[in-house]
Design a protein around this ligand. Sequence first.
Ligand SMILES: Cc1cc2nc3c(=O)[nH]c(=O)nc-3n(C[C@H](O)[C@H](O)[C@H](O)COP(=O)(O)OP(=O)(O)OC[C@H]3O[C@@H](n4cnc5c(N)ncnc54)[C@H](O)[C@@H]3O)c2cc1C
Length: 433
Amino acid sequence: MVKSQQEGSISTAFFDVLIVGGGMVGAAFACSLGDTPLRIGIIDANKPPQGPIEMEGSNFDSRVSALTLASRHLLDNIGAWSFISSLRHSPFERMSVWDAEGSGQIEFNASELGQVALGYIIENSVILTGLYQRLAQLENITIIAPSLIDGMTIDEGGSRCLRLTDGTEMKASLVIGADGAQSKVRELVGIGLKEKDYHQRAIVTTVKTELGHEATAWQRFLPSGPLAFLPLRTCQNDDHFCSIVWSVDESEAASLLAMDEMTFAAELGAAFEHKLGAIEAVANRQAFPLRQRHAKTYIQNGLALIGDAAHTIHPLAGQGVNLGLLDAAVLAEEILRALKRELPINDMSLLSRYQRRRVTNNLVMMEAMSLFKKLFGIRHPGVRWLRNNGMTLVNRFAPVKNHLAAQAMGLVGYLPTLSRYKSGIKEGHSNKI
Ligand SMILES: Cc1cc2nc3c(=O)[nH]c(=O)nc-3n(C[C@H](O)[C@H](O)[C@H](O)COP(=O)(O)OP(=O)(O)OC[C@H]3O[C@@H](n4cnc5c(N)ncnc54)[C@H](O)[C@@H]3O)c2cc1C
């Protein structure tokens, strides 16, 4: 805890930037502002990860993220990638997407695109541990955890005053709400949400498969929702493990969760057309409700929302944290530019530029995911025929296919500097395909 003692009483600590929520997005944002003159605090409800974690065997975290190349570049540019990659990461070189109701199929291959990998499957706990190892090197950053915020006001000078549940008060020129989908910051400042409930759950777990995954991310679109097998590799290079994300209606989720391991393995294998042979083992299953959310504004005086606090998206293309990391990179870029020009970091025009640069991009991705979800749920024979033929055509037509691949790798559009490839990064990737 940061508490500056004055004659026995606790005085209010002052920060330039207070980040509420030190998850993947909040921690990456803090690293982006490391080694600057800014005094930065990160408040998180949980204790930060402690040091490097033991990576022996196949004890994978059930929560993983498919990171785009843009996200990998960001993690590299902020000094966290070397920690993450030294723990455990699984690059994937191919992606195979097919329709459960027909013959439509699209295959992407990194080598055809001049890339080393299409992306990386990494356990969330590994990403977070790597980020906190980097944070530990940065002297201008203070971690205030475990702590929960309880209240927020704004003073006459425009500073935000935060109160923690233990009564501690802190002030900051700029408060960042990076506290996830149920953001307390968003609630405290009264920012509303546009929400869509998919009435679905994503079942996640790790499975061991009979056949190796061939460094391929597999996705089968079933009428009820997509089923993804994301390739994991142990430190001993065993490629028989996958993280699965299976989106199904709420009632189906309940029955899948209630099944014993063998019955679940058989159901899963059948839903995946036994592409990797039998499912030999299944770890603990978890289920997450699927909702699309979009904050009505990302900014207020002296305040900005980033990551899931600003938006959540259907996980079918694994874009949630990637969008959040782009929010972090854009906001950091705007702040670093203001610092260079000796302008205030909480200026409303700076925050408005951040919002303008991110809202459209986030909304387009969210709507595209909703459309995909809807399209693959339609069982009408005519739509099915169009969908399957469309996939086959795209698979044969390189320019369209390459554009889709670039989108999935996060390389489309105007990227913030921090998310671009810089020469010197190992396992080189180009920015464009
Ligand atoms: C099943 C599933 C699969 C997914 N797969 C992918 C994928 O493959 N690729 C991808 O890009 N995205 C994926 N996502 C989305 C991704 O997990 C989220 O977008 C990401 O975790 C958001 O990160 P965040 O840091 O914004 O929020 P969070 O990870 O939710 O972190 C918020 C942090 O804030 C802290 N906090 C919360 N409240 C308070 C408070 N009051 N005071 C202090 N601290 C607080 C929490 O402790 C936490 O550390 C998936 C999501 C789901 C559900």
